[in-house]
Design a protein around this ligand. Structure first.
Ligand code: M6R
Length: 626
């Protein structure tokens, strides 16, 4: 849930580099931030504060600086205070550490370190890390070895990045939270090519790094170590991924990857990533959320234009499986739930949705011939990774539908399908959802031996979305948000695939505008929720021209009869609607178009209520803790 970024290399403005990178990682946590830089005299300077990094200028943090680490925090252990903000330092001030995840056994380690005379300044679990490394370094004089042995003491899922002034090195290790290395070679052409095609080995390392008192070698290239690629995207598109249980050490001259457990070196290939800097920036938009909603004019088509042989292979894997489960969290979970309907209607094939956080109880159903389909934008969600572990323990195969190429989930699955929505930075997931829905519907069509029909439908839907998202339409939704902005409760109903979209609508509205919103299956109203309806309560009905159209219309009438203000999201107008949000008739793909006006509405509700839609309170983009 936190953002980590570090730099070592030939550039002399490391403070500025990490601060600017941190701004691109802020979606991962924005309670507080901090930066540690190695000064010219060899000491460490630390700048940290609570709140967002916003407009902080890192250029003044240190002069002529080539080694720095930085962190943007989403608090778990210890409140949001300046002292609790990372980096944390060792007693002698030569080691600075930033950390994502949880050191579960920190209390025990802290007790032992205190007994040895270490002083702690914060309430965090993180602070034990620099002190334990310091203790280990006293024993060996080898910084990388000290980090490794310290890591062997920690339990829990984490990513850690440590800076050492004496050896001028960065050492990072991960057991569950993402870490990616960016490589920028001075004067050399970027040698990596498209993902999956590159095989450029890491430069050989002539000597162990991090040894005490050795002469510091002059960096001849730049290494960036971050929780996510956008941090270093302006500098390089050549990356190396750390896998779980691995660590990396670099002094800007060489780089070594190794296994934390055994200490053995690991060869690591370089991969060229395809995201552009522009895709990751918000351009002329006020917020990433609106920019990413607008990106759907093209992103749905990218999810659909997949390699057909690959889609048929995935469909075949589902056909052959004895039991298929679909899991995801939050918005991605709602895509999975909608897919249950897609597979039923399009392929007459039974699949089971389960929220990833609930899946471990389902292990009784799993066999080696079962298939687990996991859906995740980030590819790093802890609950999804746990579901994958459960399936793998049972010998079942895993198919991952992800957005972030090279993410842990993408790499650990047996089959991976990228939805290629491009970087999604706003906490609220928008274009990733429609990409996930499109990919799942395409697979359902392939399973029903109607791939071309599905592809045609989805590409037509993509064109409809492009038409729909015109300035007049957006303005109309802005006006509706204005009329709604002071309501404290809002209900959304749907049936069939519009039922998960009603739940997704509620998530979108809740998370960015903090309006109390709930999504229901229309038919469930009369079993309880209808008691909530009062004169003027806003209720949104999501509809399509389909076999359940009349059912949901009846439900809307039941609400209207109790005084509800009915907003119909539908291809057709009906008398019961007080407001009609017209959407194109997209047939089986109706869920994909119906959610889009709700995304826009949620965005404007947030803005008009004075909330920042990109960084809602209490949330982070990527939930890498359980
Ligand atoms: O990265 P993932 O798709 O695995 O994330 C899953 C959820 O955390 C995510 O969809 C979350 O619900 C969003 N904030 C919703 O907009």
């Amino acid at each position: 849930m936190c953002g980590i970024f570090g730099y070592v290399g030939t550039r002399r403005n490391a403070g500025e580099i990490v601060v600017e990178g941190l701004k691109r990682l802020e979606y991962r946590g924005y309670d507080s931030w901090g930066v540690a830089c190695k000064e010219q005299n060899g000491s460490v300077s630390v700048n940290k504060d609570i709140g967002r990094i916003g407009t902080v200028d890192g250029s003044g943090f240190c002069q002529d600086c080539a080694l720095a680490v930085a962190h943007t925090r989403w608090a778990t252990h210890g409140g949001v205070t300046q002292l609790n903000a990372h980096p944390h330092l060792s007693c002698d001030g030569t080691i600075a550490v930033v950390h994502n995840g949880i050191v579960e056994n920190y209390l025990e380690i802290k007790r032992e370190l205190k007994a040895k005379g270490h002083t702690f300044l914060s309430e965090t679990d993180t602070e034990v890390i620099p002190h334990l490394i310091e203790e280990k370094y006293k024993e060996t004089g080898d910084f990388a070895a000290a980090v490794r042995t310290a890591c062997l003491h920690f339990t829990g899922r984490y990513a850690v990045l440590a800076l050492h002034t004496e050896s001028n090195t960065l050492v990072a290790a991960r057991t569950g939270s993402p870490l990616i290395v960016g490589v920028e070679r001075e004067g050399l052409e970027n040698r990596a090519t498209e993902i999956g095609k590159s095989q450029v080995p890491s430069p050989a390392c002539p000597a162990k790094l991090g040894e005490r008192n050795r002469e510091s070698r002059v960096p001849h290239q730049s290494y960036f170590i971050a929780s996510d690629i956008p941090a270093f995207l302006p500098f390089t598109k050549t990356v190396q991924y750390l896998d779980d249980g691995e660590m990396v050490v670099t002094d800007g001259h060489s780089i070594i990857f190794s296994d934390i457990e055994t200490g053995e070196e690991r060869p690591k290939r370089e991969i060229g990533i395809t995201w552009s800097v522009e895709q990751a920036e918000k351009g002329d938009f006020d917020h990433y959320m609106l920019k990413e909603i607008m990106d759907q004019k093209e992103s749905v088509a990218r999810a659909v234009n997949q390699d057909e042989t690959q889609i048929m292979t995935l469909a075949q894997a589902i056909r052959n499986a004895q039991g298929t489960f679909l899991v995801g969290c939050g918005t991605a979970g709602k895509a999975c739930m909608a897919a249950e309907y897609f597979f039923s209607v399009v392929a007459e094939h039974h699949v089971n949705f389960c929220a990833a956080s609930e899946f471990k109880v389902y292990h009784h159903f799993l066999k080696p011939a079962s298939l687990l389909i996991v859906v995740s934008q980030s590819g790093e969600t802890a609950d999804v990774l746990e579901a994958m572990e459960v399936a793998k323990r049972k010998g079942s195969k895993v198919l991952a539908i992800v957005n972030v190429e090279g993410s842990t989930i993408a790499r650990e699955a047996d089959y991976t399908l990228l939805i290629r929505a491009g970087p999604e930075r706003a906490v609220a997931s928008t274009k990733a959802l429609t990409g996930q829905l499109a990919a799942l519907l395409l697979i359902a069509y392939a399973l029903g031996d109607r791939l071309q029909e599905g592809k045609t439908l989805l590409l037509e839907t993509s064109a409809q979305i492009s038409d729909m998202l015109n300035p007049r339409y957006v303005e109309r939704l802005s006006k509706l948000a204005e009329d709604m902005k002071d309501r404290e409760d809002l209900y959304i109903i749907g049936k069939s695939w519009n039922y998960p979209m009603a739940m997704e609508s509620a998530i979108k509205i809740q998370e960015v505008s903090y309006v109390h919103a709930e999504g229901f299956a229309g038919g469930e109203l009369k079993h309880g929720p209808i008691a909530l309806i009062e004169e003027g309560t806003p209720c949104i009905a999501l509809m399509g021209k389909d076999e359940v159209q009349m059912d949901i219309l009846s439900n809307a009438m039941e609400l209207k009869a109790r005084g509800a203000w009915i907003i119909g999201v539908s291809p057709e107008r009906f008398e019961v609607f007080d407001e009609w949000i017209k959407v194109p008739d997209a047939g089986v793909a109706q869920a994909i178009v119906n959610i889009i006006p709700i995304q826009v509405l949620a965005y404007f509700l947030a803005v008009k209520r004075g909330k920042d839609p990109d960084m809602p309170r209490n949330l982070a983009k990527s939930v890498t803790v359980k």
